[in-house]
Design a protein around this ligand. Structure first.
Ligand code: GMT
Length: 376
């Protein structure tokens, strides 16, 4: 198949998932055309069957806001025509599903009917999409997609609860490429010169991730455990977290590693992963940690309990239950045998979300979308 993938090219989970999906499909022999405003961070454009088309927005002084959706729709049309795409798969509803709807209408004028598959990822539904400024357009573009998928049961339920959706929504959970993670690998390192336990958090440091809670939980852990905290990512809450670490006297135990490309290596060194989010439709970062055999302490919000099983791959607590997360973290970290058991079970749980199991589900949706078009 010839497939156009539209996503955010940044470190956000939807972009990472879309990129990994495109790479998988390319390895399966499909031609994958990424249509984004910059090259996705995990994409190697030299790989076979991968093509990259940059959306250029012209700056014009009249506009306070440059019309990105117009440029994106036009790019989708041009790429679909030039490369005879079989379908367009857009990740994150805003504004991608809306731009795709426009592209589809333009293509129809040229007697080309290109199916649109929209994958809902999280804040496009639970935060941004619910905003009254966007809600009618988001509802409309979901309803006009040929196929709609959601990354968790919880997100599907939220979508049906918040929006007047008439289309069926198929849940296809996020996946992880297990071959990248080898839990047997010995990777203790320079971050723990004195045998400290390594606690890790990865996110885009937005408010919804509650990274201030990460610092508080870590402070509680250090009362009992000799540990360091590795913080991967960048975002608006970073300075607040840094200031809190100074105030709590634990700044020397926390390393902010920024947007490192060494996520797999860092996870492989880690003993525990913290994800105390306010909302989380799935928690791809938690799944990646589990793939590396790292137990997860997370909240029980959204789709997290579908991924992190309480008492098995880690623990889940209520949002803001810092004390609960501290106690559960300590219980794992103070007992090496128990930690090893959690580690094994975390990896086993991650195996349920392997690329080999989940990837073909997208291919099935594509085939159905194309077959339905052929019938019309
Ligand atoms: O919040 C992020 O990490 C970014 C955001 C995105 O869409 O880029 O992530 C959402 O999609 C991920 C991939 O499907 C999910 O794993 C995240 O749980 C989800 N984030 C939230 O719901 C807050």
């Amino acid at each position: 198949m010839k497939i156009g993938i539209v996503c955010y090219p940044t470190f956000g989970g939807s972009g990472v998932l879309a990129t990994e999906l495109g790479k998988y499909l390319a390895r399966e022999g499909h031609r994958i055309h990424f249509i984004t405003y910059s090259q996705p961070v995990r994409l190697d454009i030299l790989e076979e069957n991968i093509y990259y088309h940059e959306v250029n927005v012209q700056d014009y002084p009249l506009f306070e806001y440059q019309p990105y959706e117009l440029a994106l729709s036009s790019k989708m049309v041009n790429v679909a025509l030039k490369y005879k795409l079989d379908l367009l798969h857009v990740h994150y509803a805003i504004p991608h599903a809306y731009a795709a709807y426009m592209a589809k209408q333009i293509l129809k004028e040229q007697n080309v009917d290109t199916p649109i598959i929209t994958t809902l990822h999280g804040t496009d539904i639970t935060l941004v999409g619910r905003n009254p400024s966007y809600k009618p357009a988001v509802t409309f573009s979901i309803n006009h997609s040929d196929k709609v998928t959601s990354v968790s049961e919880s997100l599907k339920k939220d979508t049906l609860d918040f929006f007047g959706i008439k289309r069926p929504i198929e849940v296809i959970h996020n996946f992880v490429d297990l071959s990248l993670y080898n839990p047997e690998q010995d990777c203790k390192n320079t971050f723990a010169p004195n045998g400290e336990k390594i606690v890790t958090h990865i996110s885009n440091f937005r408010k919804v991730k509650r990274i201030v809670d990460v610092v508080h939980i870590f402070k509680g852990i250090t009362e009992k455990i000799n540990a360091v905290l590795l913080m991967i990512g960048e975002g608006p809450e970073k300075e607040k977290a840094r200031a809190l670490a100074l105030e709590l006297g634990i700044a020397d135990r926390i390393k902010f590693l920024g947007k490192t490309s060494e996520v797999v290596r860092v996870l492989c060194m880690s003993d525990l992963f913290l994800l105390p989010s306010e909302k989380e439709s799935f928690g791809l970062a938690a799944l990646e940690a589990m793939a590396a055999g790292v137990p997860v302490i997370s909240t029980d919000t959204g789709g997290l309990p579908e991924v992190n099983i309480d008492g098995l791959s880690g623990y889940t607590c209520g949002v803001g239950d810092i004390e609960g997360m501290v106690q559960r973290s300590i219980s794992i970290l103070e007992d090496n045998l128990l930690q090893a058991r959690f580690s094994k079970r975390a990896r086993k749980q991650a195996e349920k979300f392997s690329l080999e199991r989940i990837g073909p589900q997208y291919l099935q949706v594509y085939r159905e979308a194309i077959a339905e078009k052929a019938k019309v």
